[in-house]
Design a protein around this ligand. Structure first.
Ligand code: WT7
Length: 637
């Protein structure tokens, strides 16, 4: 595989960037032509940010799996596409060549079809990090079904909500998942979810942990039984369904400032072109490199940068079932050593947690294969950046700090490894075709050095197309705050060289260990507890997670055992959303600081949670200013 669109110098970046914004359509056409299309597009771009309506490569026909798999079969059939490392290091890894992965995907595409899945159907995938998860995504794409992956940490209630929202009639799951020392009973959680979803026709169950599971006649089938039915040579291929460039590829739910997660929809053509382009350029992937992204496929990072982009680039992608601290804090370094990893893409939260174990888990391993390091999910603090650079990169690996979002599909702002300059704690410069702007509260564009809200003024090919089933929601969420612009929800500053530094969310969305959770969603879950009258949730700085969840709760009765009640509330949240949304701290209060119109002044609650003792700013809007002192006196450490 060669990448004619790979950028090789800073000067080249500058000229390509310039070209990409003066002639965006010609630019993206020049990239898109290096992919496999069944029919070329009629029009490169149609767009407005008012409806919004964005269409890239209209009229083009393709199947992304022909790009991710078939295209490599002639050139590199025995090249390794996917390496899978299991949770338990004594279990053997599995490797799939491009030809083997192609075959598995085709067989599972037959299985989907045999079980009644058709083009356009929504298939919910709730699995652990096993290779079959990647195979399931690709098999959906092969037949034109729309996958909706739900991270294995979400609760039955969350699954059920998402199944309803997407009207998903098929589920692919596992009996269970291994995660460090834990075993998670995924099928049981799905069973609970399905009690409220009688429209689900089939559940395909892969066995991984072989924990006992209920298998309901007609509805539930075993993955391996179904795969046996398609074991013959005649099933080794499955003609890729011809898809329109603007047909949906997947739905992925993400939190916003309202209580209900939204289904972000990405379409095939633009997503493929942009994610692959960004992968090849940001990480400077070279054929033969072993690339390891530590994310979970349940989040967008895994969709774009474990599965689709690396495979479309013909890369070797390494996926990992476990966690970085099991069986010990040397796990990632052990894998880098074992597989001679060249590119490592991980999250600041993982680095901060590993930093606390000292250097001993690192020095035992040979990390000399590493060439490029990457970070994603939240701002990387300088301490973690320097630690990563010195101890993992040994001062010789560029670190790419990649800023993007579920909605952006791929990386929008990042340095290109070794090509454009890095700057600790800065995501640095926009990728070609990406046009960031900073605006003040009134929407006035800030030029030069300054800070403001981060927006985009021109569509890139992987931009969100809609929120599933509710286009108006997409419009109001992203395109109305500043008319004519896509608003990211992030605050950001720009230095004199044009480098961007993301300062964090400016809306009521928390970033917990690089995962997005809306405060309203957590509050709704807390309020579901029988004794809770009202609650307010804010974030506070957390050493490992980046942000922790701080909840102020008004409880209706006197508390006999506040600690037990805290646990009950946490368990309620875990049941409604998932364990990731459990509050770290719950402070019981008598009242919340409200304005005369009844609005909670979160700014004050945030400051108290952050440990601020005075300086709460103007309190005159408060109905009862004495509340502030009361809450402050009860603050939890
Ligand atoms: C939010 C998006 C992008 C995939 C993982 C998270 C924050 C992400 C960075 C970065 C500073 C970052 C932003 C963004 N974020 N990457 N490199 N520097 N902040 O996807 O769940 O959609 O969250 O994560 O606040 O808005 P997500």
């Amino acid at each position: 595989m060669s990448y004619p669109y790979q950028i090789h110098s800073f000067e080249q970046y500058q000229s390509v960037y310039e070209q990409s914004i003066t002639h965006p359509e010609a630019f993206w056409e020049s990239v898109a032509q290096h992919f496999k299309w069944q029919k070329k597009w009629d029009k490169i771009l149609d767009w407005n940010f008012t409806e919004p309506n964005v269409k890239w490569f209209s009229g083009g026909k393709l199947n992304i799996t022909e790009n991710a798999l078939d295209r490599h079969l002639q050139e590199n059939p025995n090249g390794i596409a996917l390496i899978w490392e299991p949770n338990h290091p004594n279990e053997k890894e599995r490797r799939f060549t491009y030809s083997q992965l192609h075959e598995e995907v085709c067989r599972f595409a037959h299985v989907l079809k045999n079980n009644g899945v058709s083009k356009g159907d929504r298939v919910c995938i709730y699995m652990g990090m096993v290779p079959e998860l990647a195979i399931a995504l690709l098999a959906c794409a092969r037949i034109g079904a729309i996958h909706s992956v739900i991270f294995g940490g979400f609760s039955a209630h969350s699954i059920s909500d998402r199944l309803h929202d997407a009207k998903a009639t098929f589920v692919v799951t596992c009996d269970g998942a291994f995660r460090g020392a834990k075993e998670i009973a995924l099928k049981e959680i799905v069973d609970d979810a399905l009690l409220a979803c009688d429209f689900v026709q089939k559940v395909i169950v892969l066995t991984r942990t072989r924990t006992p599971v209920s298998m309901i006649k007609v509805r539930d089938v075993w993955w391996h039984d179904e795969m046996k039915k398609v074991s013959g040579e005649q099933f080794a291929n499955f003609e890729a369904e011809p898809m329109d460039a603007e047909d949906p590829l997947f739905i992925l739910y993400t939190s916003g400032s309202t209580g209900k997660p939204k289904g972000v929809v990405h379409t095939i053509g633009g997503y493929m072109v942009f994610t692959t382009f960004s992968f090849v350029n940001v990480f400077q992937y070279k054929p033969g490199d072993v690339y390891f992204c530590t994310a979970d496929i349940g989040w967008v990072t895994g969709h774009s940068y474990i599965v689709y982009a690396p495979l479309c680039a013909g890369a070797t992608t390494l996926m990992f079932e476990g966690i970085p601290t099991f069986p010990d804090a040397g796990r990632l370094w052990d894998m880098v050593d074992k597989f001679r990893v060249n590119i490592l893409y991980t999250a600041p939260t993982a680095l901060r947690s590993l930093m606390s174990y000292g250097l001993e888990p690192i020095v035992k391993h040979d990390l000399s294969s590493l060439k490029v390091l990457g970070s994603v999910g939240e701002p990387i603090n300088e301490e973690a950046w320097f630690w990563f650079n010195e101890n993992i990169g040994k001062g010789k690996c560029p670190i790419v700090d990649t800023w993007w979002q579920t909605e952006t599909g791929g990386i929008l702002i990042s340095n290109l490894a070794g090509i454009t300059p890095a700057k600790p704690a800065f995501a640095t410069l926009p990728l070609p075709g990406v046009q960031p702007v900073l605006v003040d509260e009134q929407g006035k564009e800030i030029s030069g050095v300054g800070s403001g809200n981060l927006c985009m003024k021109f569509p890139w090919p992987a931009i969100i197309r809609t929120t599933y089933g509710d286009h108006e929601r997409c419009r109001t969420n992203y395109f109305t705050a500043y008319p004519g612009l896509y608003f990211s929800g992030d605050g950001c500053l720009r230095d004199k060289d044009g480098n961007y530094r993301i300062t964090g969310r400016v809306d009521d969305v928390l970033n917990i260990s690089g995962h997005r959770i809306g405060t309203a969603e957590i509050e709704n879950a807390i309020n579901a507890h029988t004794g809770v009258v009202e609650s307010a949730v804010v974030g506070y700085p957390h050493d490992i997670k980046g942000q922790g969840i701080y909840a102020y709760v008004i409880f209706k009765d006197d508390l006999d055992d506040p600690d037990l009640t805290r646990k009950d509330i946490a368990s309620t949240v875990a049941h409604i959303i998932g364990a990731i949304a459990k509050p770290d701290k719950i402070q019981f209060v008598n009242s919340l600081p409200k304005t005369r119109s009844g609005k909670i002044m979160r700014r004050i609650l945030r400051k108290i949670a952050e440990g601020e003792t005075g300086n709460f700013g103007d309190l005159t809007a408060l109905l009862d200013p004495s509340v502030v002192e009361q809450i402050q006196n009860g603050k939890l450490d």
